[in-house]
Design a protein around this ligand. Sequence first.
Ligand code: COI
Length: 356
Amino acid sequence: MSNKYTSNLHIEKAKTSKIKDVDFDNLNFGRTFTDHMFICDYVNGEWQQPKIIPYQAMSMDPSARVFHYGQAVFEGMKAYKDDDGGVFLFRPKENFNRINKSCARLAMPEFPENYFFEGLTTLLNLDKDWIQPGIGNSLYLRPFAIATDSAIAAAPSDSYRFMIICSPAKAYYKGTVKVLIAEEFSRSANGGVGFAKAAGNYAAQFYPTSLAQKKGYQQVIWTDADTHTFLEEAGTMNVFFRINDTLITAPISDRILDGVTRKSLIQLAKDNNIECEVRPIKVSEIVEASKNGTLKEIFGAGTAAVISPIEGFEYKETYYELPEIGDHSYSSILKNNMLNIQHNLAEDKNGWRFEV
Ligand code: COI
């Protein structure tokens, strides 16, 4: 996109910080927010002056289209701190590109790159005390855009708001995860919005996931909407399967999110001489591999979830348990490698680290 937007970020600092009230050892994911937020409105066909202001509630007209039609997209990113106080992002351009891809699909205006990066880095400099150093700690960043027009006709909005809020985070899932392979419901379909980080993709999973949770599963692995025979993604994360010594993950499509962690792991697998196939994978293949003992691992991969080992899965009322393989698992090797890069503790030969 051509850039007619010159930088004119306005900053209003918070008078006091809430940080002293935060128990960083006991954080619930996404419930604590830093002192500042980034906000930029789109009015009359133009993005207006971007601002950083103290984190606060905002009022909106009840007719705003986001409330009625879910015209909203978001991103998930993390900032990390090393022991010398350096602050780093991980492949932020990927998130920037993806939110604009999501915007385009939801008929929303793209956000200017310099506003995004200046907003993000200024916000991180203001709130850097909220990033705890050390592996396992991060500041989760949530850029998002919503339709703000006060009008309930089912049509794209004329006005939008782009924001970034920040939340100190530890693990998303505590411990290992058990999953249910879905057949009854679908997450996305060809030609739909499954590839986008559209808010409604997540809301639509809450009900089927709550049914799975009642049966003791934390997550659902979605299968393709047409045949329910191919494994796709878990909704909060992409999924990798290890059969013998080969990792397999589904190719991205209209229906599957192009996860930044997913694509990084495919590269890190190569860097670690682990064979990784990107190809359609059938449920029957992993059921068979579980039965004959060649299914060694399943793990989810996402920004919030990082790498979450899956301890077992249910399919057609049968539960299949994964073997315990401990520290030599591909999930531990790849997770350690990625976290060390993110925390500035390992060589970054792919040039993914972005110093703030
Ligand atoms: C992320 O991993 O950042 C996500 O967006 C998943 C989210 C639903 C927590």
